[in-house]
Design a protein around this ligand. Structure first.
Ligand SMILES: C[S@@+](CC[C@H](N)C(=O)[O-])C[C@H]1O[C@@H](n2cnc3c(N)ncnc32)[C@H](O)[C@@H]1O
Length: 274
């Protein structure tokens, strides 16, 4: 992964899908916890230093326990965000903001930014990170676009939960809400594809990142069916993180990976409202 878009991330121990270890996935330490010692009930927040815009500004992000720390997918999407023509007239919505990394990146490019997350901790974290970086971001707690009016933005960025897993039911609480996405990995991706056209102004665009395991063609078809012209604009291959490693046997049984596979394809899809 290029360090161009986003560099110097974390202390390397933060829970993560592609990097670090998630609570409950069992292979390793929570932040600040040595292997073999019992985890603290409330691990300390982890500090990340990132340059999401490539500009002089250095975004400093803190991630509360249970909130998704910036990872490969965040960086890939940030790289695509930087290619967009953004100025102070551009209204950007970040759906599933987590730490607020993408919202902060968009605000530092000059955009007017609204960030949404269903998790209270994520909302607090994103508000704090915007303040910490001296940027204005409106952060709302809500289910995807439910709190947003029609035709309110020019660009939606989203890094939704997309990891396929054995349970069709989505978690209602906890860190897994950031990645668990049903047996096809599409439970939230499909909803994003269906919800975004309503909030975009004519000519507006969506930048959406997800795994190749979640079905790229299905996303392109769904967006086309919703009146959007869509294509893949970036991709990266990243090592399996702890969540995918823990699901290796299930993924193989489902025919999603073969025995030797240990890297995941991430894609960014850009879709424009016709
Ligand atoms: C993979 S994380 C991405 C976080 C951040 N945008 C990034 O790129 O690092 C997905 C985020 O979506 C949030 N989320 C999951 N379901 C949601 C929903 N229905 N509505 C809003 N946010 C949701 C999770 O709480 C989590 O913060």
């Amino acid at each position: 992964m290029s360090a161009e878009a986003y560099s110097g991330v974390s202390d390397g121990t933060h829970p993560g899908v592609s990097e670090g270890v998630q609570p409950g996935v069992s292979e390793g330490a929570q932040p600040g916890v040595r292997a073999g010692t019992p985890p603290r009930p409330y691990p300390r927040p982890v500090t990340h230093t990132c340059t999401p815009t490539g500009a002089a500004r250095l975004a400093r992000l803190v991630t509360l326990p249970g909130v998704y720390a910036p990872q490969h997918d965040t960086r890939l999407l940030t790289r695509c965000l930087r290619r967009e023509a953004i100025d102070e007239d551009t209204a950007v919505v970040d759906l599933g903001t987590g730490s607020g990394a993408l919202a902060v990146a968009a605000a530092s490019l000059g955009a007017r930014v609204t960030a949404v997350d269903i998790s209270r901790r994520a909302v607090l974290t994103a508000r704090f990170n915007a303040l910490r970086n001296g940027l204005t971001v409106t952060v709302r707690r809500g289910d995807l676009t439910d709190t947003l009016p029609d035709d309110c933005c020019d660009l939606v960025v989203s890094n939704p939960p997309y990891v396929p897993g054995p349970s069709a039911r989505l978690p209602r609480h906890g860190a897994a809400r950031a990645w668990d996405a049903g047996t096809e990995g599409r439970a939230v991706v499909n909803r994003v594809c269906d919800a975004v056209p309503r909030v975009l102004r004519p000519g507006g665009a969506l930048l959406l990142v997800h795994s190749g395991l979640s079905g790229v063609a299905a996303t392109l078809d769904r967006l086309a069916g919703n009146g959007m012209e869509a294509g893949v604009v970036d991709r990266a291959y990243v090592p399996f993180g702890p969540v995918l490693r823990s699901r290796r046997a299930w993924l193989r049984d489902m025919g999603l990976i073969d025995d030797t596979e240990n890297r995941e394809e991430l894609v960014v899809i850009r879709a424009e409202l016709r």
